[in-house]
Design a protein around this ligand. Structure first.
Ligand code: DP6
Length: 333
């Protein structure tokens, strides 16, 4: 059978991936750690055959060849797949997400994780987590982490061919079910600078990028240990610190990249003030204005209430540790 459907969840990085050492193989400059989340997911059906050309529909919207969204992402991925199977098959892809795409909620991570698993199944390629993670990485680096559930580390790897740059589970979702990410949407419009372009610009022009690379391994060690020991303070503090360091490199590129909106900053400062009062929470942001607030289950109600009352907050989505990518029986077409 050449048709398959898979579902995958987004993941939110606690220690961020920022910068590539090989952009064709999508090999990162540094390792990263994330939590695969329960409530943001993408379902994708892919069929390979002798169609006149590839086609892609995301959330009922057709994406055409010749657009940056298509050519630089799915277009490249499908060429990688054709190279692997050594056949000129064309693909029909239909994808649905339950959250706004391109809003900084890791839609490419969930999207390429689902597409990589569905593709592997449809073309009879290996479907073990390691193989699918390596294939998903070729679509979008962070997608390599959404193949596994719970808490996941994408190893930087050392090999030039990328065979050791793979995501592995640190702990399953049931290890720390109290951990929460309150994903706060302050705008649902598309982001201005995509992560891919932003990280390339950082590598080229940011004088502090060296400092990022020199300190990231320490963050990885602390967060990995913190997850294993369920030490919320240690994971929260280090994740927040890591996100701020990444944003400091973004802001100091030429031209500068500032993803934050006024409401982004308002949430960050509120979280810091609430923490002073004893309501323990930490923030993290990716390549966009949304803030993800880390907390434990016992504080969810109070924090949701307080965050919702802040200016500019459109929606708060409570995310728990979630499952990895899996095959679905029901196709979208
Ligand atoms: C800031 O995985 O979207 O969200 O590999 O170029 O597709 P590409 O980039 P992408 O970058 C994610 C960057 C980040 C941090 C993270 O998720 O680790």
């Amino acid at each position: 059978m050449s048709k398959a459907t898979a579902t995958a969840h987004s993941n939110i990085a606690l220690v961020k991936y920022w910068g590539k050492r090989n952009s064709e193989l999508m090999l990162p400059q540094n390792g990263s750690i994330s939590m695969t989340v329960s409530d943001l997911n993408v379902n994708t059906t892919v069929e390979f055959g002798s169609f006149p050309e590839d086609s892609l529909v995301i959330n009922n919207q057709k994406l055409n060849k010749g657009t940056e969204e298509y050519d630089d992402y799915v277009g490249i991925f499908l060429n990688v797949v054709r190279n692997v199977v050594k056949k000129d098959l064309k693909a029909k892809i239909v994808s649905e997400s339950n959250f706004p795409i391109a809003a900084g909620l890791a839609s490419s991570a969930a999207g390429f994780a689902a597409l990589a698993l569905a593709t592997s199944k449809a073309l009879n390629l290996p479907t073990d987590e390691k193989s699918v993670s390596i294939l998903a990485r070729r679509g979008s680096g962070s997608a390599s982490r959404s193949i596994s559930g719970g808490f996941v580390e994408w190893k930087r790897g050392e090999k030039e061919d990328g065979t050791d740059s793979v995501a592995v589970q640190i702990a399953p979702k049931d290890h720390w079910p109290e951990f929460r990410m309150l994903t706060t949407i302050v705008t649902s419009s598309a982001k201005k600078v995509k992560s891919r372009a932003g990280m390339a610009q950082t590598l080229k022009t940011c004088p502090y990028y060296k400092g990022w690379l020199e300190s990231v391994n320490q963050d990885l060690d602390i967060v990995r240990k913190g997850i294993i020991e369920k030490d919320f303070t240690s994971v929260g503090q280090t994740s927040e610190f890591n996100a701020l360091k990444m944003h400091a490199t973004m802001m100091t590129t030429k031209p500068p990249i500032i993803y934050w909106m006024p409401s982004t900053l308002e949430i960050m400062q509120s979280v810091m003030a609430w923490r002073e009062e004893g309501l323990e929470s930490y923030f993290t942001m990716d390549a966009g204005p949304q803030v993800k607030v880390m907390c434990l289950q016992k504080d969810v109600l109070e924090l949701k209430k307080r965050i919702s009352e802040l200016n500019g907050v459109q929606q708060v989505i409570e995310c728990k540790p979630g499952d990895g990518a899996r095959i679905l029986d029901r196709h979208l077409f």
